[in-house]
Design a protein around this ligand. Structure first.
Ligand code: PLP
Length: 364
């Protein structure tokens, strides 16, 4: 299995000028948040906390999520909460292309993976009639495609989950970064655990702060997993989280606007090539005229880092471009040049088709 973290380490060694690879937001963490963490440390808040998170943070989260406090659990990042869910399942279904960590975690726990493949031609919309797994992972806004399902599309998928008695893990870490109407899965189906975090909207990746929302028994079960593995989130990180939530509305407006502008700019610069214009998050999943890994290597040799499509499942002819890294404009220019160059050399080699023929570009 392709390990994206190994490729990431190699990128770090090469030190490319344009970092369009990882989902590490380049917008700095707000000063107030950092100061709150420092103040908390100075106050001596350095010990263990309650394993589910400090009450104040859970209360704030519950308030804006419209749930009760005991339906919320706080943990060191969204990823460990995803692991808690995967650990509790026998077989896991995932809509693909998908974030690499789902398969890596499933592998760690020895869980079988049922892949629900989607295609660019169908604008990455899942069409499924039966799910054999007992846990379905969905992720909208999607990493890597930038798709957000419409309410109707989401309802269709959740109905299949319900018919098959499948629990849904809805990874909504990009929920606030949407450029279209977004429906949280739990509004449409009862058997949903929602996972969110502070890594994307607040750029707080290194703080390691995430939370899950679910039915009380489910939260209790996740809590046991957290207790028996990572214990709790450091108190000063949770304090920083409380501060971040005070800035939530302001940041949603500000950060969403930044990523929307970048998505528009990137879509314009890549016009004529095959991808779905992002409806949320900060990625573009682009079809490449040649093997995506070879294309990613070629770009790396020109100082542009992206991830190959194989990092997201069986998508060998794609790359993922992150719009959250440094050197974006330059990187996009190089990508366009390389796309044109690859197409040209294919044409001179007498290749019949054209990847431009099935363009989904600009479709929303
Ligand atoms: N879920 C998805 C879809 C992601 O893309 C990422 C980070 O890239 C995460 C979860 C990780 O969130 P956290 O940093 O809270 O563990």
């Amino acid at each position: 299995m392709f390990n994206v973290y190994e490729f990431f380490n190699r990128i770090n060694e090469v030190r490319p000028e344009s970092r369009l690879d990882a989902g590490q937001p380049d917008i700095p963490v707000r000063r107030e948040i950092i100061e709150e963490a420092v103040e908390s440390l100075r106050r001596g808040e350095t010990g263990y906390t309650s394993t589910g998170g400090i009450r104040e943070l859970r209360e704030r989260i519950a308030e804006f999520e419209g749930v009760s406090t005991d339906e919320v659990i706080v943990a060191p990042g969204a990823k460990i909460l995803i692991a808690a869910e995967i650990a509790s399942a026998k077989k896991v279904a995932v809509v693909s292309p998908h974030w690499n960590a789902y398969s890596l975690i499933a592998q760690q726990f020895g869980r079988e993976l049922e892949v629900i493949k989607t295609t660019l031609e169908e604008r990455w919309t899942p069409r499924v009639e039966e799910i054999k797994a007992d846990l379905l992972i969905i992720n909208y806004p999607n990493n890597p495609t930038g798709r957000v399902l419409s309410g109707k599309e989401l309802r269709g998928l959740l109905e299949v989950a319900e018919e098959n008695g499948v629990k849904v893990l809805s990874d909504e870490v990009y929920a606030e970064l949407t450029f279209t109407r977004f429906t949280p899965a739990r509004e449409l189906y009862e058997n949903v655990v929602t996972v969110k975090g502070f890594s994307k909207l607040y750029s707080m990746t290194g703080f390691r702060l995430g939370y899950a929302i679910g039915e009380r028994n489910e939260i209790r079960r996740i809590r046991r997993f957290i207790e028996s593995t990572v214990t709790c989130v450091p108190p000063f990180v949770q304090r920083a989280g409380v501060k971040a939530l005070e800035l939530r509305e302001e940041l949603i407006k500000e950060v969403r606007r930044v990523y929307l502008e970048r998505a528009r700019m990137a879509s314009k610069m890549l016009r004529g090539f095959d991808f779905v214009e992002p409806e949320g998050a900060f990625y573009i999943f682009l079809r490449t005229p040649q093997n995506g890994m070879a294309f990613a290597e070629r770009l790396l040799s020109r100082g542009v880092a992206v991830f190959p499509g194989v990092a997201f499942g069986d998508y060998p002819n794609f790359i993922r471009i992150s719009l959250s890294g440094r050197g974006l404009k330059r990187g996009l220019r190089v990508i366009r040049e390389e796309l044109e160059c690859a197409l040209e050399s294919r044409a001179t080699e007498g290749w019949e088709g054209s990847s431009r023929g099935v363009s989904a570009e600009g479709s929303r």
